[in-house]
Design a protein around this ligand. Structure first.
Ligand code: MC0
Length: 140
């Protein structure tokens, strides 16, 4: 069901500073910067590698407001890994299959994600404390 690790989402207080850090330390390149109002984030995708099943990225996330998923995460836990995003072929089918196994879905239906992808989150409490995201895209 899972094709690859699409991205690792990392929560930070200052997006520009964190981009500079990843560029200078790892030599990564920003391929997309977006504001996603629905998710309450300002985010950047930095390309890591290409594979048979698509590319993988580091996603840096800065909250738009304190009262957002990433804002609350930062207040509670500080900066660090916020979620793991896995590539899937058919997100609707994957959600049905995962839900049937008793895992709570944060999103019953796909939402708009970075770089035009369809995304959906699974509840961290049912996945060993890891907020998990499914990502379907034809372009990566
Ligand atoms: C919260 N919890 C987490 C967590 N966020 N555990 C692991 N990883 C995380 N990122 C835990 C808390 O510690 C708490 O556990 C419990 O979940 C409830 O958290 P809460 O702070 O009370 O917050 P809730 O319940 O209001 O919301 C948690 C939930 C929410 C996961 C449902 O954050 C959510 O809907 N997330 C999905 C959307 C999202 O994260 N969007 C931002 C990235 P305790 O034990 O203390 O009770 S958007 C994105 O990345 C897009 C742009 C993309 O990829 O394209």
């Amino acid at each position: 069901m899972l094709l690859r690790i699409d991205h690792v989402g990392i929560a930070c207080h200052n997006l520009s500073e964190k981009i500079e850090f990843y560029e200078s330390v790892f030599g990564l390149t920003v391929v997309s910067r977006e504001i996603n109002e629905e998710q309450g984030v300002r985010e950047a995708m930095l390309h890591v590698a290409d594979g048979d099943q698509g590319a993988s990225y580091v996603q840096l996330l800065e909250p738009l407001h304190p009262d957002t998923a990433v804002g609350k995460f930062l207040a509670k836990r500080g900066e660090g890994v916020h979620h793991v995003g896995y590539g899937v072929t058919d997100i609707t089918k994957a959600l049905e299959e995962i839900s049937a196994k008793g895992v709570r879905l944060v999103d019953e239906r796909p939402r708009h994600g970075s770089m035009g992808a369809s995304i959906a989150f699974l509840h961290p409490k049912d996945i060993g404390g890891v907020l998990t995201e499914l990502v379907e895209t034809s372009r990566r």
